[in-house]
Write a protein that binds this ligand. Structure first.
Ligand code: PMP
Ligand code: GLN
Length: 381
C-alpha cells in the first residue's frame, strides 16, 4: 500500500534528467549548478584526500566542520551555538531530514507540511509511521492563512516541517508568516524542522530569517543546511543540523544507523567554505539573482507568465495564465522532446489537490546555457 517504499515511483528529478539526456535537451529540470564550485574548496578536498583523510571521521562530524557550522550561525543570524552538543554533520540535507524524521517521530504522530513540498518529505514521514497533514499554499504568492493552520494542527501534531526559502515555489517566508507559525509551534508545544538549504540564495536585498531566531523558538527548532547549495557542489552531499542538545540527541542515534559518517575530506573542505568572507556569500546570491532575471526575461519574451521568485534557484511558470491548456506533465514531456528544454511539473511537489498548471524551471546554469534554452523556447513555443 501507500506506506511502503516499493509502491513509490522514481523521483521526478531522475525521470526528467534521464529524459533530458535521451533527447539531448537542455536540463532546466533537476536543480544542480553546471559550474565546478569554488576552486579553493574543491582543491582543498582533493588535498585532504591525498593527505590521508580517508577513514571514518567521528560519528557526529569532524570538529572543524561542527565549529564552522556554529560560527556560521553566529555570524549570519546571531545564534549562539555550542558546536559540541548542538551541531551534527550528515550526508547531505537529505540524510539530515531522514535522521530528524526517524529520530523524532513515533507511529501515529502527525506532521504539518506546506505544499508544494520537496519530494523526500512525505515518503520518509509515512515510513516512520507518522501522518502528514498538508497545507496548500495559494498562488501567485504562495500564501497561507491562520485558518489553514488551525485546520492542519491537532493535539497529535508532533512536528511542523518548513522549507525556507522554498523549493519549488521560490518563496521566502516573511517575518509575519514565521511569527504566525511560531505561535502555533509554541501553543502546541511541538518542534519545528526547518529545511534551509537555500539560506544563501535570497534575492533583491532581502535577508533570510531562520525560524530559530524568533522569540521562544531557539530550543524548539532544528535548522538544516547543505554544502550542496551553499557552495554549488550538489554531488558532495554534506549537510549539517543545528538544534538544542535535547532535540539533537535522538537524531544523532538515527544518524549513526543511516550513514554513520560523511567523507572526511569533504567535511574539512566545507569547513573552509563556511569560513569564506562575506563577499563570497553576497556574490553567490547576486550571481544567482542575475541568472534568475536572465531566464525570467527570456521566458516572458517567449510568452510565458512567470511568478515572482524571491529565493532558491527555481522559477515557476503559470501555464493557465499563459493561456496554455496542456497539463504540466504533458507540457514538460513535449517541451523536452520537441523544444529541447527539460523542466519539472510542479504537480510532483503535491501529495493532495495538485494543481496541474504550474511548471518549474531551474536557473542555476551558465549564461550561455540559459540563453540557448531561451532561444529554443522562443522558437518552439
Ligand atoms: N531540501 C531541499 C528543499 C532541496 O531542494 C534539496 C536539494 N536536492 C535537498 C533538501 C537535499 O539536499 P542535499 O543534496 O544536501 O541532500
Ligand atoms: N534539489 C534538487 C531539485 O529540487 C535536486 C534533488 C534531487 O535530484 N533529488 O531539483
Amino acid at each position: 500500500g501507500n506506506s511502503t517504499f516499493s509502491a513509490l515511483g522514481t523521483t521526478i528529478f531522475e525521470v526528467m534528467s534521464r529524459l533530458a539526456d535521451q533527447h539531448k535537451a537542455i536540463n532546466l529540470g533537476q536543480g544542480f549548478p553546471d559550474g565546478n564550485g569554488p576552486p579553493d574548496i574543491v582543491d582543498a578536498a582533493a588535498r585532504y584526500l591525498t593527505d590521508g583523510w580517508n577513514q571514518y571521521p567521528p560519528m557526529p562530524g569532524l570538529p572543524a566542520l561542527r565549529q564552522a557550522v556554529a560560527a556560521h550561525n553566529a555570524r549570519f543570524y546571531g545564534l549562539e551555538v555550542d558546536w559540541a552538543t548542538e551541531t551534527l554533520v550528515t550526508s547531505g540535507a537529505t540524510e539530515a531530514l531522514a535522521a530528524c524524521l526517524f529520530g523524532l517521530l513515533e507511529p501515529g504522530d502527525e506532521v504539518v507540511l506546506f505544499q508544494p513540498l520537496y519530494d523526500s518529505y512525505a515518503p520518509i514521514i509515512r515510513r516512520a509511521g507518522a501522518i502528514p497533514r498538508f497545507v496548500s499554499l495559494k498562488t501567485p504568492d504562495w500564501t497561507f492563512t491562520e485558518a489553514d493552520l488551525e485546520t492542519a494542527f491537532s493535539d497529535r501534531t508532533k512536528l511542523v516541517l518548513i522549507n525556507n526559502p522554498q523549493n519549488p515555489a521560490g518563496k521566502v517566508w516573511t517575518l509575519d508568516e514565521l511569527t504566525i507559525l511560531s505561535r502555533f509551534v509554541i501553543r502546541h508545544d511541538i518542534t519545528a524542522l526547518c529545511d534551509e538549504v537555500y539560506e544563501h540564495l535570497v534575492f533583491d536585498g532581502r535577508r533570510h530569517i531562520p525560524l530559530m531566531t524568533l522569540p521562544g523558538m531557539r530550543d524548539r527548532t532544528l535548522r538544516i543546511g547543505s554544502a550542496g547549495k551553499t557552495f554549488s557542489l550538489t554531488g558532495w552531499k554534506v549537510g549539517y543540523i543545528t538544534g538544542s542538545a535535547r532535540l539533537l540527541s535522538p537524531i544523532i542515534k538515527a544518524h549513526q544507523f543511516l550513514t554513520f559518517t560523511t567523507p572526511p575530506n569533504l567535511q574539512q573542505a566545507v569547513a573552509l567554505g563556511l569560513g569564506k568572507d562575506d563577499a563570497y556569500f553576497r556574490d553567490l546570491s547576486r550571481d544567482m539573482e542575475r541568472r534568475r532575471d536572465l531566464l525570467s526575461a527570456g521566458l516572458r519574451a517567449a510568452g510565458l507568465v512567470v511568478l515572482h521568485c524571491a529565493g532558491t534557484y527555481f522559477l515557476t511558470v503559470d501555464l493557465a495564465a499563459s493561456e496554455i491548456a496542456t497539463d504540466d506533465r504533458r507540457f514538460c514531456l513535449q517541451l523536452t522532446e520537441q523544444v529541447g528544454v527539460a523542466a519539472i511539473p510542479i504537480s510532483a511537489f503535491f501529495e493532495t489537490d495538485a494543481p496541474t498548471h504550474l511548471v518549474r524551471f531551474c536557473f542555476c546554469k551558465r549564461d550561455e546555457v540559459l540563453m540557448e534554452a531561451v532561444h529554443r523556447l522562443s522558437r518552439g513555443m
